[in-house]
Design a protein around this ligand. Sequence first.
Ligand code: C2O
Ligand code: CU
Length: 464
Amino acid sequence: MTIHRRGLLLGAAAAFAMPMPSRSETAPRALVARPGKAQLAPEGYPETDIWGFEGQAPGPLLRARQGARLQRRLMNELPVPTSVHWHGIRIDNAMDGVAGLTQASVAPGETFDYAFDLPDAGTYWYHAHTNSYEQVARGLYGALIVEEPEAPDVDREETLILDDWRLDHETAQISGDFGAWHDLSHAGRMGNIITTNGSFILQRAARTNERLRLRLINAASARVLTLSLAGLEGWVMALDGMPLARPIAAQDTLLLAPAQRMDLIVDVTAAEGETAHLAYMDDDGKWWSQVAWDITGSAASKPRPAPGALPPNPRQAVPGVAGARTVTLVMEGGAMGRLQAATYGGKRLAFRELAERGQFWAFNGTVGRADAPLVKAALGETLRIRIVNDTVFPHAMHLHGMHFREVMKDSDSLGPLRDTLLVQRGETREIAFVADNPGDWLFHCHMLAHAAAGMTTWIKVARS
Ligand code: C2O
Ligand code: CU
């Protein structure tokens, strides 16, 4: 009898231990896009109504290990359709989040399941990719951190997402003038308040000789950020998620274009009682503290030796650049530009007719994403794209799905792996990449009003 009872109990326990599929176990975790509130403006101002993932701006920091699979169920609780792009991830094309190209946008009340592998470690981000020029500017973005199998030797790390908001001076509400003619045709939607992780000034503490890893992300719609460190000294370790082969000593000013990321390892050089800063330079050349670290003591008596490079990600090489096919992309248009006419929606239109439709920019004489791609690449082909900026504005060109290297002018050397390249007015720059990720990939300016006003094309990589 006793044995029998025990047997029954064991059997019962075993049954409980069996995996029992249930909704909560099989459904991916939710990522809810919804309205929320944030204290963006300094204290004393009201909270700002934003749109954010989980109602926050920035949205939750997503963290996973390299090689892991990320799964999130986007639940759209916004009044408008949306979708999520995982910026910088070498992703399965169906998961890229580009409404109208890789998926249909997700209607209010609907869901979409994102699931994809994370092949590369580094600092990435996610953001809305439906009417991005409005949705990202309202706060629909967050950081996506993919951890190296072995973390570098630092005391701690901080992910710092900077944004540039256009708020009403009294109510602190987001100015609703999305797609304003001036923004579309000039430098994009510039804001009037810069935040870090949603704060006007981020207050932190640190200790002398403490070593920090800073992961900087520029989530601004248009502003190229000029940043500087004070009381911190260190190295640039990675750009756009990808480790540099050798750390580079951080310069006095650091330029971060929209969508770009920069990983730094810094040592605190400020002494107890002082304050270290990450500062931002405004248009008048004035520096403003974005992050202020009050120095509360000492972590070590002397600084550590320089760090070694971060471990490389799997796809590093861009072979065969010398003999690769070159495609030229000429950027034209905008205010004070030379564009007189271009093709839009299959029709040839004069600049004035384009302007009436809110379109101001062309790539190779075509405005916006046409049915035909800029180029069709064979799977595995190395491609070069020569980008000619024949406008009087800078543009931050972002390639989806694959990182590229810049082909440097004065030498035959290649620059670091990146996914977003800042091309200044009048410049010609050239990039090369291996088209090893099959699918339809957007290639556009990350000044989001420019992308909406014509600066969007795409590249097709054959499936086999
Ligand atoms: Cu960060 Cu097409 O986007
Ligand atoms: Cu642009």
